[in-house]
Ligand binder design. Structure first.
Ligand code: 8X3
Length: 224
């Protein structure tokens, strides 16, 4: 299982759950020190291969997929998870910050999937996209919402594109999760990364004829 944005938060939790369920994982992110620590924790590179990867760079993303094949011979699942948010308000954040966010959340997810599709076809594998409640709701001044609406559309576009290949496509769309995404998660009792990881493992553990396409999950107390 190839996981982007795996250095912390939801991505790292998915890596931990997958290894616990017997998967071998490629953990990809920009921050090598965090990846190395996670890899060591999970049993080393033969179980959790760390790959330094900026998902906005096609050559690095191709390298990530190639490293997965070289190490494990196949890709059974990819989780396009890398992403981040921005302050709401169209006069907040810099245009450069917006550019990085859109490139990471939208283009980064698209080229992560693109790089893995040939191997996923060979394996009749599974593509998982990390969406958001903000990919169905719109917050005032949230360009992040726009990026996640794009991810919602991407999941359905990919599902239709891969129809007949045996590859399954799942959009996981969480609400508030207690991660570095928030300085302080709003509301009470947020989801934790393990809650999302459990949902990913639910989707990938279905028999081949079952394709879980969209899962929306909120903290019980979240209204938005
Ligand atoms: C961020 C969580 O609830 O603001 O992805 O959409 S939410």
């Amino acid at each position: 299982m190839v996981i982007t944005g795996a250095s912390e938060g939801i991505g790292a939790a998915i890596a931990r759950s997958a290894v616990a369920d017997g998967w071998r994982v490629v953990i990809a992110a920009r921050r090598r020190d965090l990846l190395d620590a996670l890899s060591a924790d999970l049993g080393g590179p033969s179980v959790a291969l760390p790959v330094t990867c900026d998902v906005t760079e096609w050559d690095q993303v191709q390298g990530m997929a190639a490293a997965a094949i070289a190490a494990f011979g196949r890709i059974d699942a990819v989780v396009a998870n890398a992403g981040f948010g921005a302050k709401r308000g169209f006069l907040n954040e810099s245009p450069e910050f917006w550019r990085e966010m859109i490139l990471t959340n939208v283009y980064g997810a698209a080229i992560t999937l693109r790089a893995c599709i040939p191997a996923l076809r060979d394996a009749r594998g599974h593509a998982i996209l990390m969406g958001s409640i903000s990919g169905r709701q719109v917050g005032a001044g949230s360009l992040y919402s726009s990026s996640k609406w794009a991810v919602t559309a991407m999941a359905e576009a990919l599902r239709k594109d891969l129809h007949g290949s045996g590859v399954r496509v799942t959009l996981i769309a969480p609400g508030i999760v207690d991660t570095a995404f928030y300085d302080d998660p709003p509301g009470g009792d947020p989801l934790v990364p393990d809650d999302v990881a459990r949902t990913v493992m639910f989707a990938v553990s279905q028999p081949p004829h079952v394709s879980i396409n969209e899962v929306y999950m909120r903290p019980t107390e979240q209204e938005f």
